[in-house]
Write a protein that binds this ligand. Structure first.
Ligand code: SAH
Ligand code: SF4
Length: 354
């Protein structure tokens, strides 16, 4: 059976037609699923029995295992079991006063094996299909009082190692949900052929590249894929993307004390990315390392992070230090991991909105 967010509009039309429903119902169903992004059970334009019939015929692909809300009440993480095989994945919602961002998983697990990442430590299970990706956005949006304006592929998995389903999900989010492609960020550890494909797509998504070091010798210790796609090849592909899309590329850099955060390393990164082409050049997002069970390193101290950012700025690079959200529920970058027990929901007062 096709799952709710995997079904095409034609499949929904055929289903409704088979029940003798008028053609305009298709638009009502489609709008409630995507444009209004509401649970089908709440679609007030449809009679209750029809809602139940649709819910039955197009079942969800994700079943809730646990939900945890951070102390700030603005970050929520869901652990889902995929209904088709029980693979477990996680989704994070980050709310801001007037908008929200959903961080989605593109795979159950990840085969890339980055040493400092909890998903990488746990290994690969399988690719997600487009419906499972879109459903993560929908289910998170159902519980967000703020409109979801941004989607980031920064959950579990390497999106460019699962290209076609990820791209179908992006098209659905852009065309049907109405989230502008520019507000959809694909984060990659440096899968060069995937970056080049993205550069040729019609929709101008935003690209983030996880760099973590300025020289291959340092990078390959953290990112095994560096052996296959070294920094120079990744930067060439990213430059092609920047040229084709006319978009600034973001580089992510997890700052690990004594590993990749020295003044010399900042200088090397500045020299590497200073000449990066495209409007606005390179943008660097410094992420203080989040703790994971399988990696002993610690986050760089704040003064060190500031000094690192200042050195990059001296090279004309815009650099920001990312504020980590949701570390108390292991929802921050690199902490997502299936099969982990995650804390149960906090007291009602700590819970988010309606
Ligand atoms: N596979 C993709 C997207 C998912 S990871 C990628 O690697 O880009 C999302 C981001 O979290 C990446 O920038 C990744 O490097 C970062 N990350 C992973 N583990 C982390 C950790 N322990 N602390 C901080 N950032 C981490
Ligand atoms: Fe995979 Fe990204 Fe984690 Fe590396 S950092 S193991 S690519 S999810």
């Amino acid at each position: 059976m096709t799952s709710r967010y995997a079904a095409s509009r034609a499949e929904v039309a055929a289903l409704l037609d088979g029940w003798g429903e008028p053609a305009y119902r298709v638009t009502q169903v489609w709008d409630s699923l995507y444009r209004q992004l509401q649970p089908i059970e709440d679609a007030s334009t449809l009679a209750r029995p029809l809602r139940a019939q649709i819910a039955d015929a197009l079942p969800p692909s994700l079943e809730l295992v646990t939900r945890a809300t951070a102390r700030d009440a603005m970050t929520t993480k869901w652990l889902w079991a995929c209904t088709r095989d029980d693979a477990q994945i996680e989704t994070v919602l980050m709310r801001y006063p007037t908008r929200a961002t959903v961080c989605v998983s593109s795979q159950a697990g990840c085969a890339m094996g980055c040493t400092f990442c909890a998903t990488g430590q746990a290994g690969f299970e399988r690719h997600l299909d487009a419906g499972e990706i879109v459903e993560q956005v929908a289910r998170a949006a159902h519980e967000s009082p703020q409109r979801v304006r941004n989607v980031v592929f920064m959950g579990m998995g390497e999106p460019l190692a699962n290209y076609d389903p990820v791209w179908s999900a992006i098209e659905r989010l852009h065309h049907d949900v109405g989230i502008s492609a520019r507000r959809i960020t694909v984060s990659t550890v440096g899968v060069v052929p995937g970056i080049l494909r993205l550069a040729r797509e019609r929709l101008p998504v935003t690209l983030a590249v996880s760099l973590h070091a300025a020289i291959d010798e340092d990078r390959r210790v953290l990112v095994p894929l560096d052996d296959r796609y070294p920094i120079a090849a990744v930067l060439d592909a990213a430059a092609e993307f920047a040229g084709a899309r006319g978009r600034r590329v973001t580089f992510e850099y997890a700052c690990i004390e004594g590993v990749n955060d020295s003044p010399d390393q900042a200088e090397a990164l500045g020299r590497l990315l200073g000449p990066f082409p495209g409007p606005g050049g390179a943008h660097v997002n410094l992420i203080p390392l989040n703790p994971t069970a399988g990696f002993g390193g610690a986050a760089s101290a704040t003064p060190r992070l500031r000094a690192f950012a200042d050195r990059l700025r001296a090279h004309g690079i815009t650099a920001t230090v990312r504020r980590n959200r949701g570390t108390d529920i292991a929802a921050a970058c690199g902490q997502l991991r299936s099969r982990d027990a995650i804390p149960r929901e906090g007291p009602p007062s700590a819970r988010m909105g309606p």
